[in-house]
Design a protein around this ligand. Structure first.
Ligand SMILES: [Zn+2]
Ligand SMILES: [Zn+2]
Length: 137
C-alpha cells in the first residue's frame, strides 16, 4: 500500500499495487502544471486508488484528461486518461516515501529543456513508450 498527499495535508490518498510505469516525464504540460523541469509518475489500477482525506480540485489539461490537485496548496496528485480508464497515474513525489518507486524510464525526453541533463542510464523514450527510443548524443 502506498500513501501520500499534498503539501498542506488537506488531501490524502492510498494506492494499492502493483505500481507500474514508473517514469520521469519531461512533457511541456507536466512542466508547466508543476512548475518543474520534469515530473516523476507511477501508475496503479484505478480501483486501487482512493482519497482518504479531502477531495482534490479537478482540471482537464486536454480533452479526456483529468488532472487532480490540491485546491489549497496546488500540489499535483494524479492524472487519468479516458483512453486508459483502468489506471491512475500518481505523482511520485506526492508519496510519503518517493524513494519507494524510482523512475524506470524517461518519457517525452525529446521535450526536455536543453539545460535539463539526464544523468542515468534508464531508457529514454522520445514521447510515449510506443514512440521509440531517443538516440543518445
Ligand atoms: Zn494541499
Ligand atoms: Zn508529462
Amino acid at each position: 500500500m502506498y500513501t501520500g498527499g499534498c503539501f498542506c495535508g488537506a488531501v490524502r490518498y492510498e494506492a494499492g499495487g502493483p505500481a507500474l510505469h514508473c517514469t520521469w516525464c519531461h512533457c511541456s504540460m507536466c512542466r508547466r502544471l508543476c512548475g518543474a523541469p520534469g515530473v516523476a509518475w507511477f501508475s496503479v489500477p484505478l480501483a486501487q486508488f482512493r482519497y482518504v482525506r479531502g477531495q482534490p480540485a479537478v482540471f482537464h489539461s486536454s480533452p479526456g484528461v483529468r488532472r487532480e490537485l490540491c485546491g489549497l496548496c496546488g500540489t499535483q496528485l494524479s492524472f487519468a486518461d479516458e483512453r486508459t480508464p483502468w489506471e491512475m497515474d500518481v505523482t511520485t513525489c506526492s508519496l510519503d516515501d518517493p524513494e519507494a518507486l524510482p523512475p524506470q524510464d524517461h518519457t517525452f525526453a525529446d521535450y526536455r529543456l536543453h539545460w535539463e541533463h539526464i544523468g542515468d542510464e534508464l531508457p529514454r523514450y522520445r514521447r510515449t513508450r510506443g514512440d521509440g527510443l531517443l538516440e543518445r548524443a
